[in-house]
Design a protein around this ligand. Structure first.
Ligand SMILES: Nc1ncnc2c1ncn2[C@@H]1O[C@H](COP(=O)(O)OP(=O)(O)O)[C@@H](O)[C@H]1O
Ligand SMILES: [Mg+2]
Length: 229
């Protein structure tokens, strides 16, 4: 479903060239739950930015559903970013919108009608366990609840793939488990999930495929990985 083919990424910054990824190749099958682990700076976020065509590779190709993502014309990039949804460490909720509005907004821009919007918003909030928080603003939620809301907003676009970039980076261990359980549930419902994290304990317990990145290279790709740096 997703294929990284010999991807290298070199950033040209003021302080010189920075190699973020080097000769990275792997495939992700539909329905997989894949963790990408590595220390800060290992290249995890760059992988996601390349997959969403927010950055261009210096070398190599990324194929999603038989399409080279860097050959998709700008008008169709919204298609790619609907099929591949993202959640982040800092949630990226709109602070001045309620949860209902945060999620409805994503559907409004695709031209969905009011009744479809209200039923789908209710459905995803129920799925993440936030049905009683529909009219709250993000600031009124705990970190774990904010991440649940961000996952609901990602799900409402019915993505095929969910990218979670350090989604538990700001959470305590209890809420971390809670979010991981939710991502596993999303995966069981059929969405391919790619989780980027530096959290060793988290990954050890999952028993799912793990790719380990070190200084931009894949040093390990294991079916039921243990994260060793
Ligand atoms: N826009 C950018 N310009 C220059 N260097 C960057 C940029 N984005 C990331 N980098 C560098 O690329 C490397 C990988 O970064 P990143 O993909 O964010 O890693 P991770 O998400 O694993 O922490 C780091 O050395 C980082 O400083
Ligand atoms: Mg990162």
């Amino acid at each position: 479903m997703i294929s990284f083919k010999d991807i290298s990424k070199i950033y040209n910054s003021e302080s010189g060239k920075i190699t973020a990824l080097e000769k990275v190749s792997f495939e992700v099958k539909k329905g997989e739950f894949l963790s990408v682990v590595g220390r800060s700076g290992a290249g995890k976020t760059t992988l996601f930015k390349l997959l969403l065509a927010k950055e261009n590779p210096t070398k190599g190709h990324i194929v999603f559903r038989d399409q080279d993502v860097h050959k998709i014309n700008s008008g169709d990039l919204s298609w790619l970013r609907r099929k591949i949804a993202s959640v982040f460490q800092d949630y990226k909720l709109f602070p001045l919108k309620t949860l209902q509005e945060n999620i409805a907004y994503v559907m409004e821009v695709t031209g969905a009608g009011d009744s479809k919007i209200s039923s789908d918003v209710a459905e995803v909030l129920d799925l993440v366990g936030l049905s009683d928080r529909v009219y709250n603003f993000p600031a009124e939620l705990s970190g774990g609840e904010k991440q649940r809301a961000a996952i609901a907003r990602a799900l409402v676009q019915r993505p095929e793939v969910m990218l979670a970039d350090e989604p538990t980076g700001n959470l305590d261990p209890y809420h971390t488990q809670d979010i991981i359980r939710l991502l596993l549930k999303v995966n069981e419902m059929g969405t391919t999930v790619i989780l980027a994290t530096h959290d060793k304990e988290l990954i050890d317990r999952l028993g799912k495929r793990v790719i380990t990145l070190k200084e931009g290279r894949i040093v390990r790709d294991e079916d039921k990985g243990r994260f060793i740096l």
